[in-house]
Write a protein that binds this ligand. Structure first.
Ligand code: SF4
Length: 192
C-alpha cells in the first residue's frame, strides 16, 4: 500500500516529540498491511529500536507464539505500536508523547482497515480508546475503536512473561478465542 509506505517515510524523519532524540530509528510496523487482524502494542524496546520492527524481542516471540496458537500465520496479521520511537530505559510513553504520535497510528489503521484490533496492554488501550480503566478491568470485553472497529483488550506479552501463571495465560487465550470467533475462524484446541 503506497499510502502506508509514504506514511512510514514521513514517520522516519519525525521530530514531533522528544522521543526522537534517543531513537536509533523509528519502528513502524511488521506483518501484512492487508491483514484482517491488527495487534497494537505500546512502543519499541531495545531490540525493536535496533532492528526497526515491532515485537522482535522476547515479548515479540511470545506474541508470535500466540499468533501461531490462534492458527494464524505471520502473513495474516499486522503489528504496530502506539509510539514509533523507543522511550528511554523502556519507560511508559508520556501522555503528551502518545498524543503526538497517535495521528500516525490512526492514519496507519485507516489504510490497513483491519476487521479486528487487539490492544496489547493498558498503554495501547489508552492510546486507542482514550481515557479508560486499567487493562485488568477492561480485558476480555469488546470495545469499539473510533466507534467502528471491534477492539479486544488483552494483556501485553511482556506482562505475561513477567507473570507467567496459568491463570494469566488462560485469560489471554480466552481473549484471543473471542477474536477468532469474531473473525469467523476456527478455534484451535490448545492455547498459549
Ligand atoms: Fe514522532 Fe512518534 Fe517518534 Fe514522537 S514517538 S518523534 S511523535 S514518531
Amino acid at each position: 500500500k503506497v499510502k502506508l509506505d509514504v506514511l512510514a517515510q514521513g514517520v522516519s524523519g519525525c521530530t514531533r516529540c522528544g522521543l526522537h532524540a534517543s531513537r536509533t530509528q523509528t519502528v513502524f510496523a511488521r506483518g501484512n498491511p492487508d491483514a484482517e487482524l491488527c495487534f497494537v502494542g505500546e512502543g519499541p524496546g531495545a531490540d525493536e529500536d535496533a532492528q526497526g520492527y515491532p515485537f522482535v524481542g522476547k515479548a515479540g516471540q511470545l506474541l508470535d507464539k500466540m499468533i501461531a496458537a490462534m492458527g494464524l500465520s505471520q502473513d495474516e496479521v499486522y503489528i504496530a505500536n502506539v509510539v514509533k520511537c523507543r522511550p528511554p530505559n523502556n519507560r511508559t510513553p508520556e501522555p503528551a508523547e502518545m498524543a503526538s504520535c497517535l495521528p500516525f497510528l490512526n492514519e496507519q489503521l485507516d489504510y490497513v482497515r483491519p476487521r479486528v484490533i487487539v490492544a496489547l496492554g493498558g498503554t495501547a488501550l489508552r492510546g486507542l480508546l482514550g481515557a479508560v480503566d486499567g487493562i485488568t478491568k477492561m480485558r476480555g470485553k469488546w470495545r469499539l475503536y473510533r466507534g467502528a472497529t471491534p477492539l479486544m483488550p488483552t494483556y501485553h506479552p511482556a506482562y505475561v512473561l513477567r507473570t507467567p501463571t496459568k491463570e494469566v495465560r488462560q485469560m489471554v487465550w480466552s481473549d484471543l478465542q473471542l477474536v477468532l470467533q469474531e473473525l469467523g475462524r476456527p478455534i484451535p484446541k490448545r492455547g498459549t
